[in-house]
Each structure stands twice: as structure tokens, then as C-alpha cells.
Design a protein around this ligand. Structure first.
Ligand code: HEC
Length: 133
């Protein structure tokens, strides 16, 4: 059998990359299909607001605009949470994943917040987008 280096290795390498990133991002992929089980009631949004003021406003600002007291000191500006795209572009589960696991300068909250608290926060964050500045 003749060995043809042209096509096999790139294909094998691509397959390997897919498998490895599939494992690495499996949680994230799964999270894309999660739905927020808590309806965005006024009570849930109020609970989310309280949590947000306690844990998130230092960086993200009270209205989620990314202008919190600590924001200027960060190497990267926290995202404006009032501009997070609605599902299906930015699904609920992926926003929750970000809060649970953090990203770079964004701390992970999996040990401090319960699942229900994360969903309350999500309802609050989604409510920011609905209001004009
Ligand atoms: C230490 C400052 C800090 C705190 C506290 C913080 N964040 Fe963040 N957050 C960031 C930064 C910085 C980013 C941008 C990270 C990146 O994309 O590299 C971010 C990103 C995010 C994102 C992702 C937005 C996107 O478009 O990807 C969400 C959602 C989020 N934060 C929610 C929260 C919530 C909810 C809390 C409170 C439970 C919180 N953050 C607390 C700094 C913070």
C-alpha cells in the first residue's frame, strides 16, 4: 500500500481536534440546550437583582452596563449584560454556564450560588435587555 501523506494526516489531525474539543467543550455544548426552569416573574427578577447587587455589580455595574466600581481596574471591561443577545443566539444555558464557570477575568460562581440563584440572576439579566437605557 502506498503511503500518501497529502490527505490522511490533515484528516486525522482534524478528527483528533474535533474529538478533543468535543470532550473539552462537552459541558458547554450540553448547556446550550438547557432551559431556564424558573419563569421570569417579578419575584424571581427581584431575587436576581439582589444577588446581582451583592455579587456582580462591583464589576458589571448596578444596571449590568459594565461600569461597576472595580471595572476600571480590570484589564478587560466586563461585558454589558443588557446587550446579551436573546436565545437562540445566546441561549439561557450558555449564559448560566458563564456564571457557573467564569471566563478569564470573570470569576466562577459554582461554589457560591445555587442552581436556582443562577436562574434568578439569568431572569434579572434578561430583564435588563427589555428596558431602554
Ligand atoms: C471581578 C469582576 C466580575 C464579577 C464580580 C462578575 N463578573 Fe461577570 N464578567 C466579568 C468580565 C471581565 C467579563 C468578560 C470576560 C470575558 O469575556 O473575557 C464577564 C463576563 C460575564 C458574562 C458573559 C457575557 C458574555 O457576553 O459572554 C456574564 C453572563 C457575566 N459576566 C455575569 C456575571 C454575573 C451574573 C455575576 C455575579 C454573580 C458576575 N458576572 C460577576 C467580570 C466580573
Amino acid at each position: 500500500m502506498q503511503f500518501r501523506p497529502g490527505i490522511k494526516w490533515p484528516l486525522a489531525a482534524m478528527a483528533a481536534v474535533c474529538i478533543v474539543s468535543g470532550i473539552y467543550y462537552a459541558d458547554l455544548l450540553r448547556s446550550a440546550f438547557l432551559r431556564n426552569p424558573i419563569p421570569p416573574s417579578a419575584e424571581s427578577i427581584a431575587r436576581g437583582r439582589q444577588l446581582f447587587e451583592k455579587d456582580c455589580a462591583v464589576c458589571h455595574g448596578a444596571r449590568g452596563r459594565g461600569d461597576g466600581a472595580a471595572a476600571a481596574a480590570l484589564p478587560q471591561r466586563p461585558d454589558d449584560l443588557s446587550r446579551i443577545a436573546p436565545p437562540p443566539i445566546f441561549p439561557d444555558g450558555v449564559v448560566a454556564y458563564r456564571i457557573i464557570n467564569g471566563v478569564k477575568m470573570m470569576p466562577a460562581f459554582k461554589s457560591t450560588l445555587s442552581e436556582n440563584e443562577i436562574w434568578d440572576l439569568l431572569n434579572f439579566i434578561r430583564s435588563l435587555a427589555a428596558k431602554p437605557p
